[in-house]
Design a protein around this ligand. Structure first.
Ligand code: ADP
Ligand code: MG
Length: 249
């Protein structure tokens, strides 16, 4: 059974010039423990699609299902990370991760323990007491990922989480994300505008076209795991990236 089904989703926004159709008849399924990347040109509706999958907005037509249940709003089983980490500046790294647990009424001691484990998982052991302004962009995003994992969601949705980072940090974060994914056995759906990043990370890449956004193609990425950055210089990698690029057009 797929963990998530996106069935014939269309979405329109109401703007000053009338109705703007952003997504048109999008369908695909996400399997448990799969790593999916969604790529497409800027403005094609990637963020809209991810917000629909997170239950943060409701589609104009169609339906999203989480474990076969119609999704009608945000769920604790779905963790979301955006391009900006949006940490609370007056809270330490640990207290930022603690926040969703506090709001859920998890007992203090258990919540603190869980926050420590999550910070360790994302590679921030030793930075529990650090404030966001003392952390690098990559570290802030790790805190945001740890926070999104606080409720032990079944599926993690990431919207260009490394978009604001420099190329080197971005590559390092890709490797970190693969490690976190392998260690936590989560399902991940990540939006990125980088074709290389998508092919490097994903089991499958969904290529969207624009105006309105549609699924142009879905590619299986049969590269062996674990993956290392050297893979990007191989022939198969180049072929796959070329196919994805051609599909986006
Ligand atoms: P992407 O993430 O692929 O860049 P978005 O989903 O953010 O695309 O946006 C797709 C289109 O929808 C863009 O033209 C954008 O201007 C428009 N849009 C996004 N959010 C809203 C909104 N809340 N209201 C009106 N238009 C929006
Ligand atoms: Mg976007």
């Amino acid at each position: 059974m797929p963990i998530m089904q996106v069935e014939h989703i269309s979405h329109s926004y109401l703007g000053p010039a009338g109705k703007l159709e952003v997504l048109n008849d999008i369908s695909f399924q996400v399997q448990r423990q799969e790593f999916i990347c969604i790529v497409g040109p800027s403005g094609c509706g990637k963020s809209t699609l991810l917000r629909l999958m997170g239950g943060l907005i409701t589609p104009t037509r169609g339906q999203v299902y989480l474990s076969s249940q119609p999704l009608s709003g945000p769920r604790q089983h779905i963790g979301v990370v955006f391009q900006k980490a949006n940490l609370m500046p007056w809270r330490t790294a640990q207290d930022n991760v603690l926040l969703p647990l506090e709001l859920a009424g998890v007992p203090r001691q258990a919540a603190r323990q869980r926050a420590l484990e999550l910070l360790k998982l994302v590679g921030l052991e030793g930075f529990e007491a650090s404030y966001p302004h003392t952390l690098s962009g990559g570290m802030e995003q790790r805190v945001a990922i740890a926070r999104a994992l606080a409720h032990d969601p079944e599926i993690l949705l990431l919207d260009e989480p490394f978009g604001a980072l420099d190329a080197m940090t971005r590559e390092r974060m890709s490797l970190e994300l693969l490690r976190i994914w392998e260690a936590s056995r989560k399902t991940i759906v990540m939006v990125t505008h980088s074709i290389t990043e998508a092919v490097f990370l994903a089991d499958r890449v969904i290529a969207l076209g624009s105006q309105p956004g549609r699924v142009h193609a879905i590619f299986d990425i049969p590269l062996q795991r674990p993956r290392d950055l050297g893979l990007q210089y191989g022939m198969l990698f180049g072929e796959l990236a070329g196919q994805v690029r051609a599909a986006i057009g």
